[in-house]
Design a protein around this ligand. Structure first.
Ligand SMILES: [Zn+2]
Length: 244
């Protein structure tokens, strides 16, 4: 990739950082974004800066093992880069990873409730269910290890007592999944406040999964698997409950 293309991607990362910050999906210096340029080059946001006020020279570059390839003076790659690298290692289709602390999604992650109620077509089609990966201490291997078992089945995860993680074949698509996840969490929260949502039946869920197949969505999703296979997918980290 030439330098001009790379600069364009850095600018996009700054723009997505602004959107995440302006939508209140992070506070202060929280959150991180990465984009895979090649098997050995990954651009990532730096630690300790607000993602709402970045310019391209803030963006760092690491290799697939997290070694720093490029970083301007005063900037160090995100302390959560290991989580991003694990996604790239396990999901060869993924080109971008976004991590933030959106208010409603993070609230569910903090009370330990995965998003499993099928209540709106968009969320069922684009995300399926959203499980919670077990709590891990920041910057250790605990979070990468906790997310691993979900990576084959989902493109959006909650991180227990922490936040949310989405990933996709492009930066824009990874960010869109974050917005979809947060909107789903917000609607679910509000419908619980109003006495509980009307949930889709199993048949309605299957019909939506069929629509997803017909639309040819890429990425991972419980609907990519048969009902029997789906029973093996772990949906919850702390609740032993039959899946829909
Ligand atoms: Zn975080």
């Amino acid at each position: 990739m030439d330098k001009l293309e790379e600069l364009e991607i850095k600018k996009q990362m700054c723009e997505i950082g602004r959107r995440i910050y302006n939508r209140g999906m992070v506070a202060a210096n929280d959150g991180n974004i990465s984009v895979k340029l090649s098997d050995h080059e990954i651009l990532c946001t730096p630690t300790g800066v607000s993602k709402g006020f970045m310019t391209p020279e803030y963006i760092c570059k690491v290799d697939e093992n997290g070694n720093v390839l490029e970083a301007n003076p005063g900037f160090k790659p995100s302390s959560e880069i290991k989580m991003h690298l694990r996604v790239y290692k396990k999901r060869k289709d993924v080109r971008s990873v976004v991590h933030a602390h959106p208010l409603y999604a993070t609230t569910f992650a903090i009370v330990g409730k995965p998003l499993f109620q099928p209540i709106m077509p968009e969320a069922v089609i684009s995300l399926g269910n959203v499980p919670i990966a077990k709590y891990g201490r920041p910057s250790t291997d605990e979070i990468p290890n906790a997310i691993e078992e979900y990576l084959d089945y989902y493109d959006a995860l909650l991180l227990e007592n922490h936040g949310a993680l989405t990933y996709s074949d492009s930066l824009n698509n990874a960010y869109m999944k974050l917005e979809s996840l947060e909107f789903y969490a917000q609607i679910l929260y509000q419908s619980i406040m109003l006495g509980g949502p009307q949930e889709f039946t199993n048949k309605q869920v299957e019909d939506l999964y069929d629509i997803r197949k017909k639309l040819g969505f890429n990425g991972k999703h419980p609907g990519n698997y048969s009902v029997e296979e789906r029973k093996k997918i772990k949906y919850y980290n702390n609740v032993d409950k039959e899946i829909k």
